[in-house]
Design a protein around this ligand. Structure first.
Ligand code: ARG
Length: 459
């Protein structure tokens, strides 16, 4: 198909050059944004008297026909065209003739592609955000059911202090809530419309940029036409938010994999979200969690790639910027898939509360509380730490837990211990005494849950 820009050329482009330069194989994803952008542009041109109403109506009817034909599979986007912009324009001219040739008045592909990509990114920010919202709902419901499900909390992957499953899930609620806040603020910064920036220096036509911005649902037009065509910050910010989401999902995946291991057995992943082994019949593998952890790399890769692409580009548009698409598309699709699958996996996953509680009981997660008991009886903390260290060593040698020691055994190591030590180091005491804001105690958790419910109602 003819190029949009053949006029000043005397030969056909070399085929390899043509292929290397073309972007249709991937920017065809932007057909709907491209057409919506063109319709707004044409409405604005007519309002400004640059096109007649008849021309506007003819062009819009043509563009709407193209959109619905693509959507119904009646029109295949031909890879004979260089990019999606050329395809839409060439098809329009083919269908409606001369009026179609006026579509590109007062516009360049530079502001056109900047607009298409921004519209695409805006829509996708909202879609990703919906999936974050689903995740938050699932986390909240697990929290509500598990304010008394005790489990070990870890540091260094060593049992540290007892917590609850609600508390552990609450940590992820906080992470994904920050992801939501990030997406929200990125969206707000993306709310400027580059259409009308022209190639780089605006145009000589009396465009009404505020009007086209409003038609396309943007708050306002971009304020500098060179920046308008060459800004890709919003994609970098989006990729950065997506990378953080993947980092969160990857940490969560790692925990699910550990919890699902034969050694831990804290959870059982539903059959629908597990896979088997071709050779070992007993296997039920956490492949979804592993894949989510693995795919984190490609999303980080997209971020690094675009940051690197942009770093040496002088103002304004340069063709390097065509490289903003494939990896961004891939990263967005990857994150949406990962969020969808991961949320489904934890929604259906069984938590084995007995195993969790048994694990918290064995491993001295109440040792800090035994030390706190001594402190409450006047022993300086550093001495209390040493005494409980001796208790732990004694228990390890006997193969028992602190709770299994006789009172006489306690008292042999420190006479400060009394009968009420058993109460002080019981699992529910250890957890439920921790009621400062953000702590795992039931009262603190219930407050957190209330605030999360409100947060989700106002989301
Ligand atoms: N395919 C191009 C891109 O994705 C469209 C803009 C082309 N502009 C140009 N001056 N060659 O960036």
């Amino acid at each position: 198909m003819a190029q949009l820009w053949g006029g000043r050329f005397t030969k056909e482009t070399d085929q390899l050059v043509y292929n290397f330069n073309a972007s249709i194989s991937f920017d065809k994803k932007l057909y709907a944004q491209d057409i919506r952008g063109s319709i707004a542009h044409v409405m604005m041109l007519a309002k400004q008297g640059i096109l007649t109403d008849a021309e506007k109506d003819q062009i819009i009817e043509g563009l709407e026909g193209i959109l619905s034909d693509i959507e119904r599979g009646k029109l295949v986007i031909s890879e004979q065209c260089e990019d999606i912009h050329s395809f839409v324009e060439a098809t329009l001219i083919e269908r409606i003739g001369n009026a179609g040739k006026k579509l590109h008045t007062g516009r360049s592909r530079n502001d056109q592609v900047a607009l298409d990509m921004k519209m695409y990114a805006r829509d996708e920010v909202l879609l990703v955000d919906n999936l974050i919202e689903d995740m938050l709902h699932v986390l909240l419901s697990i929290m509500e059911e598990n304010t008394e499900t005790f489990m070990p909390g870890f540091t260094h992957l060593q049992k540290a202090q007892p917590i609850t499953l609600a508390h552990h899930m609450g940590a992820y609620f906080e992470m994904f809530r920050r992801d939501h806040e990030r997406l929200k603020s990125i969206y707000e910064r993306m709310d400027t419309c580059p259409l009308g920036s022209g190639a780089l220096a605006g145009t000589t036509y009396p465009l009404d940029r505020e009007y086209s911005a409003t038609l396309l649902g943007f708050e306002k037009p971009t304020m500098n036409s060179m920046d308008g065509v060459s800004d890709r910050d919003y994609l970098i910010e989006f990729l950065s938010a997506l990378s953080v989401i993947m980092m969160h999902l990857s940490r969560f995946s790692e925990e699910v994999i550990i919890w699902n291991s034969n050694e831990y057995q804290f959870v059982e992943i539903d059959d629908a979200y597990s896979t088997g082994s071709s050779i070992m019949p007993q296997k039920k593998n956490p492949d979804i969690a592993e894949l989510v952890r693995g795919k984190t790399g490609r999303v980080y890769g997209a971020l690094m790639s675009l940051l690197t692409t942009m770093k040496g580009i002088p103002l304004a548009y340069n063709k390097d910027m065509q490289e903003d698409k494939e990896m961004v598309f891939d990263a967005i699709d990857t994150v949406k898939d990962c969020l969808t699958l991961f949320t489904g996996m934890i929604r259906t996953m069984q938590f084995k509360k007995d195993r969790m509680e048994a694990s918290a009981k064995n491993g001295f997660t109440n040792a800090t509380d035994a030390a706190d008991y001594l402190v409450n009886h006047g022993v300086p903390f550093r001495d209390a730490h040493g005494i409980v260290g001796q208790l732990v060593l004694y228990c390890i040698q006997k193969g028992i837990a602190l709770d299994d020691m006789e009172l006489s055994e306690f008292q042999e190591i420190s006479p400060v211990f009394e009968e009420d030590i058993y109460e002080a180091i019981r699992m529910d005491t250890c957890v439920n005494k921790r009621v400062t804001t953000g702590a795992p105690g039931k009262a603190a958790m219930e407050e957190a849950i209330e605030s999360y419910k409100k947060y989700l109602q106002e989301y």
